[in-house]
Ligand binder design. Structure first.
Ligand code: XUL
Length: 532
């Protein structure tokens, strides 16, 4: 089916603290946005930041009915604002990754015959076998992680199959915990959805498939065959295959919106529902990352997205199936020490002023005379290490650097780490590679110059406010056209282009290729010496 020029495309994001929607027209302009904040607009659920943190501090859940009610409220708000649902050609969206929803036996029958006179929350209140869904902030499944890894043959073997070693928040380990601690509720469960496929199910009026990309965050999907891994399923819980349903490509049109939405909100019967995916894959789509690109989000923690053709799963970082090109992959790397550490060094070495911090980067040479620093103010994820570790040009440990050298050591070190870990997962810098920078620190040109030099590639900036939602709207449009063989890139050709912000210094390649080798050696040493 071709895209309708006058049609609208909806992108929803069921994130941790809120439900958001963006509406895009056929010319790719955002024409409407709205949201529902869980804590303040649905106070009856008593969440903080959209979640309940349980007494053990490890278990973190969200009431599934809160998400259902949020959708009622959001659509009612849109209706109240006069939004014309009949113009919507397709919708898609995303959910916080890893969270899981347990549909009660008989729930699919309920979904298939929703009475448009009632709200979704009224209709579905008895449809969940587990009322409180485990979410990505949960870290209570360490035992299940250990069990899975030992059954499969170790952490690296699990990463080779599923793209990641076992992580507590990954859905398979959460499912195993539910099966072990609440066997009756597991028995009552007819279907298990991710937050993303649960949201798609509401619109579809039927159980929606889990897409390959969000499915990769479960420690259950074989990312090579793009099917459930038998050994992982068996190690997790009985009859899991049946409860998950077959996974599908992320660009699949799952069907048309259910008659409930046609009657209650005047959606067109033709409005298509495109598979929902995880919020990180949806952001990759929203940023329109292309083959060979790398996106760096510089925030409280720094996140890196990579587009990969031939991934090499490792013990750190995650490989997911790519949400916009089913034959490719993406990687997600998370570095805990981001802007808070940059702010600390700015305060200590630049009198609290970003201008002085930037000037220090301008006044120090590429490669920083061989000085290298590791600044892990809090326990770092990549690598698992803590503390500040400084080395001079001969790899001797030193207690610190002069203020200007310290500023450059921090910024160079943060970007060398990103390049090192990206390359470990199979990323290679090729001619034409672009680095897209987003997040707070991406407005600092001097920081972006170092990023460009360390990667020896041009750096572009892109506005990614709401990138997951926008990615949903882009994916809705692409889903409609994917059947005619058009790539995501073809369909989104006219979307706003990123802005060029920095180009590499001609001397950068030689300096940083050499420095990266030393950085890798020193990082291993630091990780070894400071392991908790
Ligand atoms: C990714 C992860 C988080 C959630 C947040 O692995 O756990 O980024 O997706 O919504």
């Amino acid at each position: 089916m071709a895209a309708d020029a006058g049609g609208l495309y909806l992108g929803f994001d069921f994130s941790t603290q809120q439900l958001k929607v963006v509406v895009m027209d056929g010319r790719l302009s955002v024409v409407y946005q709205d949201n529902v904040q869980f804590d303040t607009e649905l106070p009856e659920f008593r969440t903080q930041g959209g979640v309940h943190i349980h007494a053990d501090k490890l278990t973190v859940t969200s009431p599934v009915l809160m998400w259902v009610k949020a959708l009622d409220l959001l659509l009612d708000k849109m209706k109240g604002a006069g939004f014309d649902f009949s113009r919507v050609s397709a919708l898609s969206g995303s959910g916080q990754q890893h969270g899981s929803v347990y549909w009660m036996k008989g729930a699919n029958e309920t979904l298939r015959q929703l009475d448009p006179k009632k709200s979704l929350a009224q209709l579905l209140q008895g449809s969940f076998a587990v009322a409180d869904s485990p979410v990505w902030m949960d870290s209570s499944s360490s035992q299940q992680c250990q069990d899975l890894q030992s059954t499969v043959g170790g952490a690296q073997r699990l990463a080779d199959i599923t793209g990641s070693r076992a992580y507590e928040r990954f859905t398979g380990n959460q499912i195993a915990k539910i099966h072990q601690t609440r066997p009756d509720q597991y028995q009552d469960t007819e279907r298990i959805s991710l937050v993303s496929s649960f949201a798609a199910s509401l619109f579809l009026g039927d159980y929606a498939s889990i897409d390959y990309s969000d499915g990769s965050g479960m420690n259950l999907l074989d990312i090579g065959t793009r099917d459930w891994s038998k050994i992982c399923l068996e190690a997790t819980a009985p009859d899991l295959d049946r409860r998950l349903g077959p996974p599908r490509p992320s660009a699949s049109v799952l069907g048309s919106v259910s008659s409930y939405f046609v009657s209650r909100y005047s959606f067109s019967e033709e409005c298509r529902v495109v598979a929902f995916t995880g919020d990180n894959p949806a952001s990759l789509a929203g940023m329109r990352l292309q083959e060979g690109d790398l996106a760096v989000s510089l925030g409280t923690s720094d996140t890196v997205f990579l587009w990969l053709k031939q991934p090499r799963p490792a013990l750190e970082g995650h490989i997911f199936c790519n949400p916009v090109d089913w034959q490719s992959y993406m990687a997600l790397l998370c570095f805990k020490n981001g802007s808070l550490t940059r702010e600390r060094i700015r305060n200590e070495c630049a009198g609290g002023l970003w201008e002085v911090f930037s000037a220090a980067l301008g006044d120090t040479p590429l490669g920083n005379h061989g000085n290298i620093g590791f600044y892990y103010d809090s326990m770092e994820i990549m690598p698992c290490a803590v503390g500040v570790h400084c080395f001079d040009q001969d790899d001797n440990k030193v207690s610190g650097f002069s203020a200007q050298v310290e500023v450059r050591a921090l910024v160079e070190g943060q970007f060398l780490a990103k390049r090192l870990h990206a390359e470990k997962l199979g990323y290679t810098i090729l001619p034409g590679t672009r680095v897209l920078a987003t997040g707070g620190a991406s407005s600092n040109k001097a920081i972006l110059q170092v990023l460009s030099d360390v990667f020896n590639t041009p750096v572009y900036t892109i506005d990614v406010a709401n990138s997951a939602c926008l990615g949903g709207a882009y994916r809705a449009l692409h889903g409609l056209q994917a059947e005619s063989g058009l790539s995501f890139c073809d369909v989104l050709r006219n979307a706003p282009e990123p802005q060029l912000a920095a180009t590499p210094n001609p001397a950068a390649q030689e300096v940083y290729d050499r420095m990266l080798k030393r950085y890798a050696r020193l990082e291993e040493r630091v990780a070894h010496e400071s392991r908790p």
